[in-house]
Every structure is written in structure tokens, then in C-alpha cells.
Write a protein that binds this ligand. Structure first.
Ligand code: FE2
Length: 261
């Protein structure tokens, strides 16, 4: 039996969380999803994640939460990331960083799915090499399950495409996050890995990548820091559904999803 994963794009603040609590079960039913993974690094007020917001996401049907550079924005994340096994941060942070870079969760039918989070280095933090970190993590995860999902939280399209090809045939999917703009390049690479440069955003689209457009424009014009607030209008859920062969761990199908709420 194939396994079907849903990966939900970066959840932005309360509008994103509320959209999921209303609509996620409908998407899960329509696409016959076995397991839901979501990027939650912007779920609390647009920056970071708190215990309450993480629990809200688990309650609405998300089985595992990935993150990225903003995971550290809310101070309580430093503590609960150590305890919460369903939450991952990029694996290529320096040794000693709280939390874990990968985890293994199970579908209701008992199939094990590994979730690996990595962060890019182009226009981002100076972290360890995501390619070499992926090699190490995958070698270990393969001993547990052939199904490996990778969230590559990165800015540059070229870095994302390169990691997709680098891991082609070795993981089930490499899906990009961080830019909040959904790309239309979903496909299965020649080795059998599902790939998409960026899954997009779950939140308000009358905005600049989720925040109120007025402050974003002001920041660009004045070149001074601006206090960003989560926007409120035109809420959409961006996601991707990936069908995976349970035995080989390779992808059988990939479908881009964008739902207005
Ligand atoms: Fe990010």
C-alpha cells in the first residue's frame, strides 16, 4: 500500500492556524492523507513557535512540525524543543543546539515516516553543510525506515534544486520552505524523489509573505527596521500531497495544493 503524506507550507500566525483548524480535515479526506507534516516556524504571531501554538497544531491533525531560522524567536522554544519529539529544527545547526534535526513518526496504520529538517546557507545563517549533514542523517534514518521526508528551509532556488538532485533516489521527497511563495515545479526526479522548490505559505496573502504590506513597504523605502505584524486578509492554505511506495520509499506522485479559506 502506498503512503500519502501532506506537507503544509509555513503556517503564519493566527490566520494560518485558524485556517488549518477549520479546513485541514477536509483536505486530508479529499486527498486520502495518512500523515500530515507542517512547517511551523512562523506559527506564533508570525515569528517562532510556542508550546501553546505547537499543541494547537497537533490538535488540528498535524503529526510532525518542521521549522527553520525563526524557531528560536520565542524563548520557550529553547526548552520545549528538547522535550517535544514531534518537533524538529534544522539538523545542520552547531553541535549542542537544543532539539533534534530529524524524527520518526508513524501513520495510523503503523508505517514509520522519517522527517528530516535542513537549512540552506545562501543568504542565510552560516551553518554546517546541509549536504554532508543530510548524508549522515539519512544513513542513520535508513536503518529505521525507507520513507524519508526532507524539509529544506532555504532562500536560494539553486541551493534547493541542488539538494533535490543530490538526494535524488535516496529520500522520498525534498520540499523547500522559507520563501512563502509556492512554486509550480513539483515533479518526481529521475531517481524517484519528489521535489518542489517551495511549498508556499498558509496564512494571509494580502500581505508581503504574511506580514502587513504597509510596514514591509516602509522598511524597503526607509531602510530602517519596521515592526512587522501578521496581515489578516485573503487566507489560503498552501501544501503538497506526496504518494510514496512503502517498500522502496520512492515517490509515486506529487500534487500541489492551494486552497482559499
Ligand atoms: Fe524561515
Amino acid at each position: 500500500m502506498p503512503v500519502k503524506l501532506l506537507f503544509v507550507g509555513d503556517i503564519v500566525g493566527k490566520p494560518g492556524r485558524e485556517a488549518l483548524s477549520r479546513e485541514l480535515h477536509r483536505i486530508v479526506d479529499r486527498h486520502m492523507i495518512d500523515l500530515v507534516i507542517a512547517n511551523g516556524e512562523n506559527a506564533a504571531g508570525g515569528f517562532g513557535l510556542t508550546v501553546e501554538t505547537a499543541n494547537e497544531l497537533f490538535k488540528c491533525g498535524i503529526h510532525a512540525i518542521t521549522s527553520g531560522n525563526h524557531i528560536w524567536d520565542k524563548k520557550d522554544a529553547l526548552d520545549f524543543i528538547k522535550r517535544e519529539g514531534r518537533l524538529v529544527r534544522p539538523a545542520n545547526y552547531p553541535e549542542g543546539t537544543p532539539g533534534r534535526g530529524s524524527t520518526v513518526v508513524s501513520t495510523p496504520g503503523g508505517t514509520k515516516v522519517a522527517v528530516l529538517n535542513l537549512e540552506g546557507r545562501v543568504f542565510m545563517n552560516n551553518l554546517d553543510c546541509p549536504f554532508r549533514t543530510a548524508d549522515r542523517e539519512i544513513a542513520q534514518l535508513k536503518t529505521i525506515t525507507p520513507i524519508i521526508f526532507v524539509d529544506f528551509h532555504a532562500e536560494a532556488t539553486s541551493e534547493k534544486a541542488s539538494l533535490g538532485w543530490y538526494l535524488d533516489g535516496r529520500v522520498s521527497a525534498v520540499i523547500g520552505t522559507h520563501t512563502h511563495v509556492q512554486t509550480a515545479d513539483e515533479r518526481i526526479l529521475t531517481g524517484g524523489t519528489a521535489y518542489m522548490t517551495d511549498v508556499g505559505m498558509t496564512g494571509p496573502f494580502e500581505s508581503v509573505i504574511g506580514v502587513r504590506k504597509e510596514e514591509a513597504i516602509e522598511k524597503f523605502i526607509t531602510q530602517r527596521p519596521s515592526k512587522f505584524e501578521v496581515a489578516k486578509k485573503d487566507i489560503r492554505i498552501n501544501a503538497v500531497a506526496i504518494q510514496i511506495d512503502e517498500k522502496t520509499g520512492l515517490a509515486l506522485g506529487i500534487e500541489r495544493i492551494s486552497v482559499p479559506c
